[in-house]
Design a protein around this ligand. Structure first.
Ligand code: SIN
Length: 293
């Protein structure tokens, strides 16, 4: 296995491993450590089907079945299809607008997610260049740069994260096929508190865990103060120095740390520029410090 870090301070490319094959203990430990250290790992030239992606992802934690429960691979509700393609009857075959806005997956869930793994089968291209990058920002670095006075004010505080926030924003976008969430779907994902400053389970370092996709308010602050602080944190984490943008190639398998990064799916391609990606989300259900030791 060869690990080549990016220059961006986030991201590494890993070659010399076939992820369709089961991962041994040593291989898994190496990948877990790399995930903590680099945040985003790209394995180029992979060829996994849905069960193989599911097996790979489940090494990192229990896999989530999306609450919307649509667009999954046949027989694999935990493997979601992200795509703007349609079938012969003109029906969408995948969720076309997943993650189009800065967010952290599963921050709206009491049990948070460790990692997402996405495997690109088809990538939109224009003039020989890939479109539909997935962009990331480094929340270890964002925490390290927070002024001491802000850290002091946020120490021990929680933000409320709401699944409905992102969903409702996406529904207002032109061409959205998202239906209003049913009361049952909302009840399954009630708003939850999350510490704004938390310790990363692999690195043991602190991260800024607050994203504009789902965080709606800071508990215990007056609404105006809460709004101002959230706006400050979102502006702080949006600085260009924290950014890494992944330009996809078919065959890439990307796994990223959902606790130490925020991400955004860049919506810069049209309906005829086809993107087809399989996704699994691994919940943070293990003792990662012990597994990485
Ligand atoms: C996601 O947010 O999980 C989807 C990202 C992407 O499709 O690029």
């Amino acid at each position: 296995m060869r690990i080549t870090p990016n220059n961006a301070g986030l991201g590494a490319r890993i070659e010399g491993i076939d992820l369709a094959q089961p991962l041994g203990e040593d291989g898994f430990r190496t990948l877990l450590r790399a995930l903590g250290r680099y945040g985003v790992l790209c394995f180029p030239g992979q060829e996994l089907d849905a069960p193989q992606l599911s097996a790979f992802g489940s090494r990192f934690g229990e896999l989530e079945v999306n609450v919307a429960n649509m667009f999954h691979a046949p027989g694999h509700p935990e493997v979601m299809i992200l795509s703007n393609m349609k079938d012969a009857a003109g029906q969408p075959i995948g969720l076309h607008d997943a993650g189009q806005g800065w967010h952290t997956d599963m921050s709206y869930s009491r049990e948070i997610a460790l990692a997402n793994a996405l495997h690109a089968k088809q990538v939109p291209m224009r003039d020989g260049r890939p479109l539909g990058d997935t962009q990331f920002r480094n929340m270890h670095a964002a925490y390290d740069d927070l002024p001491a006075e802000i850290v002091q004010r946020l120490e021990g505080r929680v933000a409320i994260h709401d699944f409905g926030k992102f969903w409702d924003v996406m529904r207002t976008r032109p061409g959205s096929i998202r239906k209003p969430l049913t009361p049952e779907q909302r009840a399954k994902k009630p708003p939850v508190p999350q510490p704004i400053l938390r310790t990363h389970p692999i690195t043991g370092r602190r991260v800024l865990y607050c994203n504009p996709g789902y965080a709606v308010r800071i508990e215990g602050l007056e609404p105006a103060e809460s709004d101002a602080m959230l706006e400050y944190l979102f502006r702080h984490q949006a600085q260009a120095k924290y950014l890494y943008s992944h330009a996809w190639r078919p065959g890439d398998l990307l796994i990223w740390d959902n606790i130490g990064t925020v991400h955004n799916a860049k919506a810069d391609y049209g309906p005829e520029e086809h993107r087809y990606i399989l996704r699994v989300q691994a919940m943070a259900t293990r003792d990662y410090a012990a597994l990485a030791a």
